[in-house]
Design a protein around this ligand. Sequence first.
Ligand code: ATP
Ligand code: MG
Length: 239
Amino acid sequence: MLNVEHLQAFYGNAQALEDISFTVNEGEIVCLIGNNGAGKSTTLMSISGIIKQKQGTIQFNGEDISQLPAHKIVSKGIIQVPEGRRIFPTLTVEENLKIGGFLKGKISKARLEEIYSIFPRLKERRKQLGGSLSGGEQQMLAIGRAMIGEPKLLMLDEPSLGLAPQIIDMIFDSIIALRKSGMTILLIEQNAELALDVSDRAYVVELGKCVLSGECEVLRNDQQIQSIYLGQHEQESVV
Ligand SMILES: Nc1ncnc2c1ncn2[C@@H]1O[C@H](COP(=O)(O)OP(=O)(O)OP(=O)(O)O)[C@@H](O)[C@H]1O
Ligand SMILES: [Mg+2]
């Protein structure tokens, strides 16, 4: 479905991505793991067209989308939940969700109910302002808003960031529920343990390059992965 080959990306003169190649097949959850500054968010923003200074190829269902503007990429069905959520704090939960569907025109009640069935907390709080939600609820809202647009590929940038372990579990349960519903997901996570648990395949990004890839089950037992990315992960922050 998504095929990224030898992607390079730049911020002005600074090269953030040197050589990123990976694929996502329909129905898979694929994760990119890697430390701070490795180039994970830059990779997502290059795919979604936010970063324009780039080289290499990005194909979506066989079509080269690497030079398309961001709104065209969204209309192809690639929808990103950015790092830091960015919901609208002064709109209600339901208004936030409806905005996610602006490209689709009118949102059906059935679609809203589908989203609410994945995130019952959002239903309970549908009249509440986005800004009054907890961090975890805001993350649910950001994912729900992306889902309203009926993405073909959902890209999630660090959904666990800054959340308490219990809340993270809820978010990841909903990611698993989305996958069961047939959603294809590209997941970015610093928390490698979680990412390897929910994903089918993973790519390790270091200093702008993919250095390792494989089935998550295999990578979980890889000594290098264990020593660098697993076991020592600290949960520093809470909601
Ligand atoms: N707006 C920017 N201008 C210049 N350099 C940037 C910019 N954003 C990111 N970078 C640099 O690009 C590199 C990759 O950053 P990126 O945000 O993609 O990393 P990341 O893997 O998402 O890290 P994190 O886990 O901390 O979110 C880093 O060296 C970073 O300093
Ligand atoms: Mg990032």
